[in-house]
Design a protein. Structure first.
Ligand SMILES: NC(=O)c1ccc[n+]([C@@H]2O[C@H](COP(=O)([O-])OP(=O)(O)OC[C@H]3O[C@@H](n4cnc5c(N)ncnc54)[C@H](OP(=O)(O)O)[C@@H]3O)[C@@H](O)[C@H]2O)c1
Length: 287
């Protein structure tokens, strides 16, 4: 890799460290002001290895920032009603400031219904309909952590958004849709693509900014990328692979996120920072 290639990389790991430091300062202020430690409840249903690893990573980062992590583990046989009851209890527990339901939940559990049991004030992972509505309307909200983390990365690298053409590939409720809303709010002209989109390479080739959130390893081809475009790879697939064919895409892009070390660390840092913000709001502390 040459120096100019290195300069093209958007270092999510470095920015995540900064965000976690800021979160730790917020936690300290809350503790000093009201003698309360911000707490994030992580709810894990079943024992899917990837989900278990993600939850552990989140708990570790919590500790690093001084946030208390309260681990709730439920069996794979948990019913939707039992999960909703657990989440409702956490919603009513004044010692809990943020609730993260690790997803996907096992088949047979109604994930959407479980998400909706999270009060918007504690929805630090940004998964509820209430949060997405607020994001769409440009109201204050804890945005879904992956797109919110991407917005922070774009700001850090001073990527101009107003008036630019952005293509988001993927329309999931936690990634593609909130990403599109956040980019629209930042005055980009946004095209959202999905599995029924025709002529995807031609659409991507028009974009100044491409966000790949597809869930297919190396799906976005390097020669689709307009020279000088900014490429954000939100994908995380087995074998540490993103949704973008990184090496060829890097040749065309002016800036690109690596996988790992790009979007992933920003997602977790945003979760922790939003937990500190939720605690401040719930405890009446002005940060
Ligand atoms: N780094 C992180 O912290 C983080 C967090 C969350 C997710 N992720 C990663 O981000 C990626 C997307 O996650 P997700 O939860 O949004 O996935 P998802 O719910 O499976 O959504 C994937 C989206 O990609 C679209 N798609 C599938 N095949 C396509 C094709 N051939 N052409 C165009 N679009 C296509 C789907 O279209 P339809 O709607 O038409 O089916 C869907 O909208 C995954 O790699 C995931 O691991 C990373």
């Amino acid at each position: 890799m040459t120096t100019s290639d290195t300069n093209k990389l958007m270092d999510g790991a470095a920015l995540a460290k900064k965000v976690l430091k800021q979160a730790a300062a917020k936690v300290e202020k809350i503790q000093l002001t009201v003698s309360v430690t911000p707490a994030l409840a992580t709810v894990l249903v079943g024992s899917d290895p990837a989900s278990t690893t993600y939850v552990r990573m989140k708990q570790k980062r919590c500790q690093a920032a001084g946030v208390k992590s309260v681990a709730i583990e439920m069996s794979a046989e948990t019913s939707t009603d039992q999960l909703i009851e657990q989440i409702t209890n956490l919603g009513q527990d004044s010692s809990i400031h943020g609730i993260l339901l690790q997803h996907p939940v096992p088949d047979g559990v109604n994930e959407r219904a479980a998400f909706e049991a999270i009060p918007v004030t504690k929805d630090v992972d940004g998964v509820t309909a209430g949060t997405l509505g607020r994001v769409m309307l440009g109201m204050p909200a804890f945005g879904s952590c992956t797109p919110a983390g991407i917005m922070r990365l774009l700001a850090e690298y001073e990527v101009p958004l107003s008036g630019t053409s952005a293509v988001v590939i993927g329309r999931s409720p936690i990634l593609g849709k909130p990403m599109a809303a956040m980019l629209i709010n930042a005055h980009a002209t946004v095209t959202v693509c999905h599995s029924r989109t025709r002529n995807l390479p031609e659409i991507v080739a028009q974009a100044d900014l491409v966000v790949a959130a597809v869930g297919k390893p190396r799906f976005v081809q390097g020669d689709w990328i307009k020279p000088g475009a900014v490429v954000i790879d939100a994908g995380y697939n087995e074998g540490n692979l993103g949704d973008v064919d990184f090496e060829p895409a890097r040749q065309h892009a002016s800036l690109i996120t690596p996988v790992p070390g790009g979007v992933g660390p920003m997602t977790i840092a945003t979760l922790i920072d939003q937990t500190a913000d939720a605690a401040a709001a719930l405890e009446g502390v002005k940060l």
